[in-house]
Design a protein around this ligand. Structure first.
Ligand code: SIN
Length: 496
């Protein structure tokens, strides 16, 4: 039975059609199944293909494969692992166009953004391959004259990773590359909405020389797969990117076997513009932060806090920029905004807008769904959003910029910090002292000062409070996959 729309497949126009895999990847074998999950293009609702709906038995098999592959992979010289990661990076970059088209088709983001994400994803493979060779331990002066203390860094073991749909490639390599570089083996469960990017990465990983069992992908519904990954004692480390509510449940399940846990959860990013800001830079920063991936990133500006003196000018310029955004199917010419991921996302955006307007917010542009197929929403700007509106207290995950007016720096800081989320925040000001005060005062894992784009493989990405645990990217990201082992060495007295 054909499980895809023929026109949709033709539109993909992949130079290497075999990059689209409709099978899971376990122990170096492509695994199919009778039950499947269809993958649709959110731009038009058409079926691109299907992946097997695997469950407990196959997940146990993948964990067993990763467990068996671990000793040999961990024992290889870091330089060897680095060479394989380097080849993987080169293959990903060589197939950038195909990977981007697949991503746009399954996720909806504009092709230029998908191209950018492929390079971002490859950057993690390159970076961590290089870092593998620098996983230095430490020698500590002994606490007694006849003692020496050495600290080794060793791979934690089998890593289970669960990744989201909003960045179908980069959120995978941000976890898998450091894990493999450290000497760990991996079982990945990608989002069932966007599995094709993950499977294409696995194919290229195999071509780069990753041995069977070192990187496994189980496709299927979250519950049975997650149940194994969070409870199997052979899994040493669990890493998740997704919603705060799901992250809390998964982390709790991991505690039964005291797994190491990293969580990259939801945000509620304040984007603060002071009267002394460079207005053009602030508007461009807001566009980049708010409308990247059609507002569907966890570091998207969620609340735009704008000082009274610049408020009207900022609102006007932002609205003009938003009106000029090209919204459309990324496979059909240059676009700036794509569809939202699904109907649930549309519902949430609508609910947030209705709630803000009911509370007194004004609409400057957008505000409606459109199109007869696909999940399309107009890029929207709202002003005078009440502080307690849903738009300000929940993560909207859509193309809606809601402006809130403030008067003083202290007021802005208090509003910004009044949330249990603590992922990303942004400040625009030309006052150096204020920039430092705000940078130090914001209770967030990341602060963008006069920039709306902060993500890179070379910097630590992660949140505080309920936005997560641990850091991804940078040399700190490698430590998440390594244990410290202390060896205390007792020395015999010197011969007389
Ligand atoms: C995310 O939305 O989870 C990640 C965004 C990024 O890496 O910039």
């Amino acid at each position: 039975m054909t499980r895809h729309d023929l026109g949709e497949r033709a539109r993909l126009a992949l130079k290497r059609p075999d990059l689209l895999r409709e099978a899971a990847w376990i122990n170096g074998v492509w695994v199919t199944g009778d039950a499947v999950i269809e993958v649709t293009n959110p731009a038009n609702g058409k079926v691109l293909g299907a992946v097997p709906a695997l469950g407990e038995a196959e997940t146990l098999g993948a964990v067993a494969a990763a467990h068996a592959a671990f000793p040999a992979w961990a024992a290889r010289a870091a330089k060897d692992r680095a060479a394989i990661l380097r080849r993987w990076f080169e293959l990903v970059m060589a197939h950038r166009d195909d990977l981007a088209r697949l991503m746009t088709a399954e996720q909806g983001k504009p092709l230029a953004e998908a191209q950018g994400e492929v390079a971002y994803a490859a950057g993690f493979i390159e970076w961590f391959g290089e870092e593998a060779k620098r996983a230095y331990g430490e020698v500590i002066p002994g606490h007694q004259a006849d003692k020496r203390i050495v600290v080794l860094k060793q791979p934690v073991g089998v890593v289970a990773a669960v990744t989201p749909w909003n960045f179908p490639a980069a959120m995978i390599t941000r976890k898998v590359a450091p894990a493999l570089a450290a000497g760990c083996t991996v079982v990945l469960k990608p989002s069932e909405l966007t599995p094709f990017s993950a499977l294409a990465l696995a194919l290229l990983g195999e071509e780069a020389g990753l041995p069977a069992g070192v990187f496994n992908i189980v496709t299927g519904p979250p519950a049975p797969i997650g149940a194994v990954l969070t409870t199997d004692p052979r899994v040493a480390k669990f890493t998740f990117t997704g919603s705060t509510s799901v992250g809390k449940m998964l982390a709790a399940a991991c505690m039964g076997t005291v797994k190491r846990v990293s969580l990259e959860l939801g945000g509620n990013a304040p984007f603060i513009v002071f009267d002394d800001a460079d207005l053009d830079a602030a508007v461009e920063g807001a566009m980049a932060s708010k409308f990247r991936n059609t507002g569907q990133t966890c570091v998207c500006a969620n609340r735009l806090l704008v000082q009274a003196g610049i408020y009207d000018a900022f609102a006007e310029r932002l609205t003009n920029r938003v009106k000029a955004l090209r919204v459309g199917d990324g496979l059909e010419g240059a676009t700036d905004q794509g569809p939202l991921i699904n109907a649930g996302a549309l519902d949430k955006v609508e609910r947030h807008i209705a709630n803000a307007v009911a509370g007194g917010a004004g609409m400057l542009t957008g505000g409606r769904r459109f199109g007869t197929s696909g999940t399309w929403f107009e890029p929207t700007v709202l002003i005078d959003v009440p502080p307690l509106a849903l738009l300000n207290i929940e993560e909207t995950f859509g193309p809606v910029a809601g402006l809130v007016r403030f008067e003083t720096e202290a007021q802005a800081l208090a509003m910004a910090n009044d949330t249990r989320a603590g992922l990303a925040s942004y400040v625009f000001t030309r006052d150096l002292d204020r920039a430092w005060r705000m940078g130090e005062g914001l209770q967030y894992g990341m602060v963008g000062l006069n920039t709306g784009l902060i993500s890179t493989e070379v910097a630590p990405f992660g949140g505080i409070k309920e936005s997560g645990l641990g850091r991804e990217g940078s040399h700190f990201g490698l430590d998440e996959y390594m244990e410290l082992k202390m060896m205390c060495v007792g020395l015999a007295p010197a011969p007389v």
